[in-house]
Design a protein around this ligand. Sequence first.
Ligand code: SAM
Length: 253
Amino acid sequence: MTYSPLLKQEKLFTAGVVRNSSVDILPPSDVMETLTGVSEVQTVILDPWYNKGVGGVRDDYHDCLAQIIRAACRISQHVFVWGFPEILAYQIPLIPSEFSLVSWLTWYYKNCPSVIRGWRSAQNTCLHLASKDAAIYPENFLNKEQINRWNSGKMRFIPGPPSVIEAPLNIGFVGRQEQTGHPAQKPLAVIEPLVLMSTREQDVVLDPMCGSGTTGEVCLRLNRNAIMCDESEDYLSITKARMDAYQEIKHAV
Ligand SMILES: C[S@@+](CC[C@H](N)C(=O)[O-])C[C@H]1O[C@@H](n2cnc3c(N)ncnc32)[C@H](O)[C@@H]1O
């Protein structure tokens, strides 16, 4: 299965094809190369290194991230940017003029094992940016009963999901089944709301710094398509193995 949006890049392999949705994994590339090689997608999820701890610190991080965000805004309607709040705060004034901040999302986790003296880290930020005419889909969060009430006109407004996502870090025995060994893997539970709010079934989501492939697994589960890339060949192998494993489970059911 191939994607029409892919222009310059040759596919490495198509990893998962489940119920009409698929994940394309590109050859290892720098994020800017990926963002300029893909023509159009519905949503881009950016989960870069955070400029502290693992991955190192770059003096030009803010400029570099702003450039990545601008490139993502050129090819999609929705852009989600992960990071720590004190780092992402610098990006707010730099949001491209044709985009706006839809929401400052917080991921709240209580189980960080940090032993640093002082405040223990318990939050990550995700900026939801969207073009002025981008559609959002809060109805994707409704359960069957709510959908029936909405369809029969008995609901006056759609109750949106909270902008604080509470989910534990996948460490130790927590989230064991999800863990892949990637040092900065996000739980499925924190990526799923981003995909639900910004896409419909069969839309395409791009994750150019995909790490262990969390976005890809979420997309397969929700019947969306995904394009995944990372600069690391090792992490792309983890992503491929993860998509294959999900596909096997799905077909066995
Ligand atoms: C925070 S992790 C992403 C984790 C991912 N969301 C997950 O759940 O597994 C950041 C990823 O960005 C990748 N990365 C860092 N700099 C990059 C660059 N310039 N181009 C492409 N990927 C990059 C790293 O290899 C790493 O896998």
